[in-house]
Design a protein around this ligand. Structure first.
Ligand SMILES: [Zn+2]
Length: 138
């Protein structure tokens, strides 16, 4: 009887963990897609400014540089979210073939490259996460 109870407890725990992972990943993907939209609008703005400059109709080189810096920043934030998603899903990307592998696997299943022993990285502080999210202007 005790075995069945333990089994049911394990099942419940694993279901709860899956639900938690799904929730976290959904949130991160939502955040990432908001950032992708932001990035599109930043590129559009940059394009307009460059166009003006090409047509000698204004366009400010300093402004263009500042926009490029913003774009780089958005790219970095998108990459960081991608890494967070991989952490939540407990996957890593093989440094050689780029395929996805489970963190616990010692080697890539496709090319056999030894995967770095990934130590559990501390999850990003929830407060920081929310604060950085609030910077998104849509
Ligand atoms: Zn590989």
């Amino acid at each position: 009887m005790a075995e069945i109870t333990d089994m049911m407890k394990d099942l419940a725990e694993s279901a709860a963990k899956k639900a938690d992972v799904t929730y976290k990943v959904t949130r991160l993907r939502f955040r990432r897609s908001a950032l992708a939209k932001l990035l599109d609008s930043q590129y559009k703005e940059l394009g307009r400014e460059v166009y003006k400059m090409c047509r000698q109709d204004g366009g400010d080189a300093e402004e263009i540089e500042a926009m490029a810096v913003q774009i780089e920043r958005t790219h970095r934030r998108i990459d960081a979210i991608g890494q967070q998603i991989e952490r939540v899903l407990e996957i890593v990307r093989c440094p050689v073939c780029g395929r996805v592998a489970k963190i616990k696997n010692p080697r890539c299943a496709y090319c056999g490259t030894q995967l770095a022993a990934t130590e559990a990285e501390p999850e990003e502080n929830e407060t920081d996460f929310i604060t950085s999210g609030e910077e998104i202007q849509l």
